[in-house]
Design a protein around this ligand. Structure first.
Ligand SMILES: N[C@@H](CCC(=O)N[C@@H](CS)C(=O)NCC(=O)O)C(=O)O
Length: 200
């Protein structure tokens, strides 16, 4: 398999964590690239020019982090990340995580293109309200939850989004505001797959 990625994409990191959890690192060639540079190889793998993009061993090109994770979980069923007995719960959490990732990522990109005024625009304020609401809900749902001995895609998406928020929007200071959520996050980032892919 081939994976197109960069080191700071929270979406690409999600796929890398899935590959690590499934013991597939040796089965994938990583292609580090800049998605904003219209790299012809990336455009062939994903005409949208976005990472992550995966080419399967059969040569099928896949895009969208959650779809890639779904494919890997079906094709390589060891250590299931979408466990059938709690599928709705896992997808619920994965959705919250992905929405948090989108709101944070879009805020970062808007700032990059429009400067700080992006935050005070109608859309910027809307994204910040969404981030706050998602954090509050995650804190209610996960703040007192017992830790598990397995990781799900919901855990991966949510803890990855929280890491990205601390990495790119540190002023949100979610760890201080939500200590229960921070304790849950501390459990997830202790996994080797998280440590090996940490944002630096
Ligand atoms: N919904 C997509 C989002 C992917 C995405 O936006 N990736 C960013 C990097 S973090 C990218 O490639 N941006 C380049 C662009 O939008 O042109 C996913 O889950 O994979």
């Amino acid at each position: 398999m081939h994976l197109y990625l960069n080191a700071t994409s929270p979406y690409a990191r999600l796929v890398r964590i899935v590959l690590l959890e499934k013991g597939l690192v040796e089965a994938v060639k990583l292609h580090w690239c800049d998605p904003w540079a219209d790299d012809p190889e990336l455009l062939e793998a994903n005409p949208a020019g976005r990472i992550p993009a995966l080419i399967t061993t059969e040569g099928t090109t896949l895009s969208e982090s959650l779809l890639i994770a779904l494919y890997l979980d079906h094709a390589y069923p060891q250590r299931p990340l979408f466990p059938a007995d709690r599928l709705a719960e896992v997808l619920h959490l994965a959705g919250l995580g992905q929405n948090l990732m989108d709101a944070a990522f879009n805020s970062v990109i808007a700032r990059k293109h429009r400067g700080d005024e992006a935050d005070s625009s109608v859309l910027g304020k809307r994204r910040h309200r969404a981030i706050k609401r998602i954090l509050e809900q995650l804190n209610c749902e996960l703040g007192n939850s017992p830790t598990n001995d397995t990781l799900s895609l919901g855990d991966i998406a949510t803890a990855g989004a929280l890491d990205y928020l601390a990495f790119r929007l540190p002023e949100v200071a979610w760890e201080e505001a939500y200590p229960g959520l921070a304790a849950w996050h501390g459990w997830v980032i202790g996994w080797t797959s998280f440590r090996e892919t940490a944002f630096v």
